[in-house]
Design a protein around this ligand. Sequence first.
Ligand SMILES: NC(=O)c1ccc[n+]([C@@H]2O[C@H](COP(=O)([O-])OP(=O)(O)OC[C@H]3O[C@@H](n4cnc5c(N)ncnc54)[C@H](O)[C@@H]3O)[C@@H](O)[C@H]2O)c1
Length: 456
Amino acid sequence: MGTEASNRAWQFTPDLSYCSVPYRLKLEDKETMMAKATNYDVKDLSLAAEGKRRILWADHDMPVLAAIRERFAKEQPLKGRRMSACLHVTAETANLCRTLQAGGADLVLCASNPLSTQDDVSASLVQDFHLPTFAIKGEDRDTYYAHIAAACKHSPSITMDDGADLVNALHNEFSDYAGHIIASMEETTTGVIRLRAMEKAGALKFPVIAVNDAATKHLFDNRYGTGQSTLDGIIRATDFLLAGKTVVVVGYGWCGRGVSTRARGAGSNVILCEVDPVRALEAVMDGFRVMPMRKAAAVGDLFITVTGDIHVIDKPHFAKMKDGAIVCNSGHFNVELNLDALEKMATKVNRGVRNLVDEYVLAGGKRIYILGEGRLVNLACAEGHPASVMDMSFATQALTTEYAVKNAGKLTAVVHNVPAEIDQYVSRLKLKTMGIAIDKLTAEQSEYLSSFEMGT
Ligand SMILES: NC(=O)c1ccc[n+]([C@@H]2O[C@H](COP(=O)([O-])OP(=O)(O)OC[C@H]3O[C@@H](n4cnc5c(N)ncnc54)[C@H](O)[C@@H]3O)[C@@H](O)[C@H]2O)c1
């Protein structure tokens, strides 16, 4: 158990570079945060009924997770384990939380992004599933970090992150809660990159498991989930017609592949921007036009960033854009667009010209539209990934949590991969729930593939 907040030394560490948003807690904030971090903090409990309907609807499309939940309820593999999760608070996440609770975990949930929370879901989690939840859509920066403080104060022995903000807090402001953590699961690409950087610098204090890097996560969630839900968010926010438009996708990683392929399927003329020559070449051979951002800026109708990198659309790019260009981010937090620069360039900013759409008017009258304040457009403007794909990501999360508990004390303070057997199991079960059978290796084939003595 961590010591009580009031007795803890409160110290600032100069390096908060792992923080998504450069931010340092003020000394006077701490008391407020600790006071808030008691039970739950959600927008409105009267939204619970609608939240519950949506959680159960999503559950229909999450059969693998449901099967794991059934087993967890019988076997109680997480019994008595204090857990804190910092995730996008969506209907799918709610079903993951139900699974961890069924396994016996004493769980607390906070938001991993100020705009991704579904307020009806957080209400239902508190009211119907008795889960202490700290998440309000549109929460300000202080509240966001107060909610992370609440998750730390729970004194978890296992954590779950989507972007490493909780791990970051446990390494800095709340480091006195880090001592007894047996493992932390990381859900997304950027989080894994940061955690590997921490490992390399010798700064990682406890074991981390890179759930993002599991095949059953990034191959499906990043590609098909982000691919579909990003376009869904853009369409809901703007009523944009994809057919015939020039769509610029920045980053041809797993998310970029998904977004660009789906935009092309809907009739858009898709341009890719990359910095990695291998990925750029792959985009060329997949049939996309590839060019630097400074050229693409002048021709795009819609811009989507999915890089995990900072300021990939910056002042010179905004300066070149056409009147009416729509710009959004589906990569990391709110850092991919340089909105401070855009704000300085603007003569006027009209907030909320449509729900979650801000209009920046530049000198000469040119208008640029930013969706969801530059935060993840699929979560800010839509509902995140479809449940069917989150079924695999969260089944992998649940099984990896069980693995971490079984291996408590054996994992070292580095970034670990998810065991291959978990990927195999989740894929097999997903195929089964889809009614799809596959072939099995014969004994002869197994031998052939594993030996070098059988000749050519
Ligand atoms: N919106 C969501 O729900 C969601 C879901 C999964 C992942 N993500 C996030 O999306 C981001 C991308 O994830 P991924 O799995 O595709 O990562 P990835 O590493 O596979 O791909 C990122 C690509 O961006 C490129 N890139 C980096 N800087 C660039 C720049 N300045 N200009 C052009 N290209 C640049 C890289 O070379 C790389 O090919 C990450 O931040 C990840 O955390 C978001």
